[in-house]
Design a binder for this molecule. Structure first.
Ligand SMILES: [Fe+2]
Length: 268
């Protein structure tokens, strides 16, 4: 897909298939690393979300195969991200979402909404202007670590619903069902797709005997912070030593990692 067609799909649908970005041997090493951490129980122990209908999400450190610049600064991807998020975007988080065999359907939701509500006389009053034309502030690159089929828990996306997410009163579940076409994203291993944080989506059941692992690689404008990460720290994990090996031109991508920041007070 070209940059123009991805931008058009993201504007129209809030989701775009981006095809193959990563060399398969690299993706296979990444898969082995994620499954190793999953099977050892480490990932679940460090989970952001312990369990949503049999699935959990956990932040992954940039270590081992994730330190390959073809992964974190993939040239084909980064040409596209700038057209969506402007020149100053950074990594928001790198997560694995594991749907265990038997995982049920996940509720319909959007990721990390931006709201401008105010309290007036103790009552929450929504910002009344139409924000549906705002460009994206955060996008997720979903990278399946296995073939995602209708059987093992694809993500269902209501195409075009990102435009309604920041309305003064966001649409309820039934309205989203009624107004927007649903696509369940079956994706072969090796391919990936992008989705806007604002698009309504939810994971489908995993009826297969194997866990379904998907990387959720989040990119944001430099000012955005994902409220889903409020309880944990850090959302971007890379050691000082490994960050020192990242080429200077790619280092701004890691600006949210503690190792990239200037410490003002000792012990803080
Ligand atoms: Fe989500």
């Amino acid at each position: 897909m070209t940059i123009g067609s991805i931008r058009a799909a993201m504007e129209r649908d809030g989701v775009a298939r981006v095809g193959r970005l990563f060399p398969l041997p690299l993706l296979e090493r990444i898969r082995a690393e994620v499954l190793r951490r999953h099977h050892s129980g480490e990932l679940r122990r460090r989970g952001l979300v312990r369990d949503i209908a049999g699935r959990y999400a956990a932040v992954l450190p940039f270590a081992g195969p994730f330190l390959d610049p073809r992964f974190y600064a993939n040239p084909a991807l980064h040409a596209k991200l700038g057209t969506l998020l402007g020149p100053d975007y950074c990594i928001g988080s790198l997560e694995a979402v594991i749907a265990e065999p038997g995982a049920g359907r996940q509720h319909q939701h959007i990721d990390g909404p931006v709201r401008f509500d105010r309290l007036v006389g103790g009552r929450k009053v929504p910002y009344s202007a139409d924000l549906s034309g705002l460009p994206p502030y955060a996008v997720t690159l979903a990278v399946p670590l296995c073939a995602v089929t209708d059987e093992n828990g694809p993500t269902a996306v209501w195409k075009g619903s990102h435009r309604a997410a920041l309305r003064p009163r966001p649409p309820g579940e039934r309205e989203v069902y009624r107004r927007y076409p649903l696509e369940t994203l079956s994706v072969p291993f090796g391919e990936a797709y992008l989705f806007d944080f604002r698009v309504f989506h939810g994971g489908m059941p995993n009826d297969a005997p194997e866990p379904r692992a998907v990387l959720m690689f989040v990119f944001t404008r430099s000012w955005y912070r994902d409220p889903n990460q409020n309880e944990v720290f850090p959302s971007v994990v890379i050691s000082e030593r490994d960050l020192g090996r990242v080429p200077a031109r790619h280092r701004p991508l890691f600006m949210l990692a503690p190792s990239a920041r200037r410490r003002l007070w000792k012990g803080a």
